[in-house]
Design a protein around this ligand. Structure first.
Ligand code: EPS
Length: 382
């Protein structure tokens, strides 16, 4: 079983993560992780915090001589902003001034504060912050590296920001991925319009959400299962992607568009030409909770960031007086990094499925098991 834990506050000393259950002998370089961290930090619409942070990971255990050892892999990312916050965030707080008493609508502030019986909202803000996703991307990056051993490739693009929608289908995304990787809004055709939408939002002192897509190519059929509810792969993927702060909806394949089709038009018919062929991928690569050899194709909706400069109505938790919260800074749009976070979290789910299905303590044993499975299904796949 592959599992992980994370710890750390947004303005605390660092973020830490432990990945347990990764097989031994996976080649791993610190740059495999750093390149994903760098991708996550980019994106038009990010706030000033990203000018402070330059995320780099420190691998503290579980890797030696460029390879995983099979032991827990411990990771650390420093928060550069800690320097500005250490007197407020130290375990023996030395300075007052960062306490917060007015909850932001749409954030965890109000019920986090009440649920944990804190003195003020600061402790909620610190851990509910999407800063935590940096260490999850680091963990996912190791899983991405693992999947690359099986020629699995993960793509993402921003499909919509506010009212501006990108053009192009899955094939266009794959063929023109350089464009997406180099775009500050990670789209194919509507870069200028999306950037303008973000500028307009910033001018209005507001925030904006959107939709991103994730596509996985080369994933083997037969991952996940129908035999028990908690083994269904689409359920597992939904769980982890919905855990990204701000994600409010997920679709597989055609998703909600499928509502206007009859079953005979919706389902991906099965043909045979030296291997199984599906002319459509309306189900998004998962059928009955199991991968079917098609690309996994997912769309996620991210709500507008709830820390809004023009500030929404709220109350002071000390005296219930109506007040606007004290705005510090925030991202105007976080859809671009959310797509990168999703890629890496999806990599974790898929890597854990490969490890569960093919077993073995080391990459070599796992690959042998994988090869014998692929041999058994060779008349159906590839
Ligand atoms: C976040 C608020 C902002 C974002 C942060 C998520 O941070 P700050 O409060 O320091 O301005 O920049 O995202 C990150 C720090 C990051 O690394 O993505 C929030 O409240 O969720």
């Amino acid at each position: 079983m592959l599992r992980f834990l994370t710890g750390g506050e947004s303005h605390g000393k660092c973020l830490i993560g432990i990945l347990e259950g990764m097989v031994a002998n996976l080649p791993l370089d610190v740059e495999d992780i750093n390149k994903e961290l760098e991708r996550r930090q980019k994106g038009y619409g990010r706030g000033r915090r990203m000018e402070i942070e330059k995320d780099k990971v420190d691998i503290l255990s579980g890797v030696r001589d460029g390879k995983t050892t099979g032991s827990p892999i411990s990771l650390l990312i420093e928060n550069k902003d800690w320097e500005n916050w250490k007197e407020y965030m130290d375990i023996k707080k030395k300075k007052e001034g960062k306490e917060r008493y007015i909850p932001r609508p749409g954030h965890a502030d109000l019920w986090g504060y009440l649920k944990f019986n804190y003195k003020d909202i600061r402790d909620v803000i610190e851990r509910a912050s999407a800063r935590e996703t940096a260490i999850r991307v680091a963990i996912g990056a190791i899983c991405k590296k693992f999947l690359s051993q099986f020629n699995v490739k993960i793509y993402s693009r921003v499909k919509k920001i506010g009212k501006v929608e990108d053009e192009g289908n899955i094939d266009d995304i794959k063929k023109n991925y350089e464009i997406i990787e180099n775009s500050p809004v990670r789209c194919l055709k509507k870069e200028k319009e999306m950037m303008k939408e973000i500028d307009r939002t910033r001018e209005k002192e507001d925030t904006v959400g959107g939709i991103f897509e994730v596509i996985v190519e080369g994933v083997c059929p037969g991952l996940g299962s129908y035999v028990h509810w908690d083994k269904r792969l689409d359920a597992k993927i939904s769980y982890i992607l919905m855990s990204i702060p701000g994600i409010k909806g997920i679709e597989f394949g055609l998703g909600f568009e499928g509502v206007s089709l009859y079953g005979s038009d919706f389902h991906d018919e099965i043909f045979y030409k030296d291997k199984i062929v599906r002319k459509t991928n309306n189900l998004g690569g998962i059928e009955g909770g199991i991968t079917n050899g098609n690309d996994i194709w997912i769309k996620c909706f991210m709500k507008p960031v709830p820390t809004i400069k023009k500030s929404l109505s709220s109350i002071d938790i000390r005296d219930f007086q109506e007040k606007k919260y004290e705005y510090e800074r925030s991202d105007v749009c976080a859809v671009v990094p959310a797509g990168i976070i999703a890629e890496n979290l999806l990599a974790f789910v898929l890597a854990s499925e490969y490890i569960e299905k093919f077993g073995g303590d080391c990459l070599e044993d796992l690959k042998n098991n994988y090869t014998s499975y692929i041999k058994r299904i060779k008349n159906f796949w590839y």
